[in-house]
Design a protein around this ligand. Sequence first.
Ligand SMILES: [Zn+2]
Length: 152
Amino acid sequence: MKRTTHVLFAVAISGLMGLWSVNGGPFLALISGLGGVIPDLDLGKYHRRLLHNLFIVVLVYLLLEYLTRYIDFGIPYIPQALVLGWLSHIFLDSFTVRGVALFYPFSNRYYGLKKCRSNGFLCNLFFIIVSIAILVYLLRDQVIHYASFLQF
Ligand SMILES: [Zn+2]
């Protein structure tokens, strides 16, 4: 999937999981968006393996949990927000023809529905529409308020 699709979807999912409504919600939405792009840093030799598996997600989560225990950022759920964005990335990539090496380094098998190309227009459009629908749903009170404000 394209980077924009990953970011939008990650931010939408973080809202669905209630991360926006806790202390530091907008920051956590950003962290989730960041988690949605980090996995593609493995573009290159180990693409869709090194950073697209469950073990690296667990490892990163534990590392962040450990770090946030000693460094107080004043905002809870930073590890959860990042990992959520990261998992949403793996989920979206599982729809691409290549799939994702979910159990790497223990298995090199690629898993997923493998239905579309990662830069495919329709596939990206579909998930962008899903993300925007979630965002509009979550922000519906603000949307309604703004819409009624514009009428007068
Ligand atoms: Zn990816």
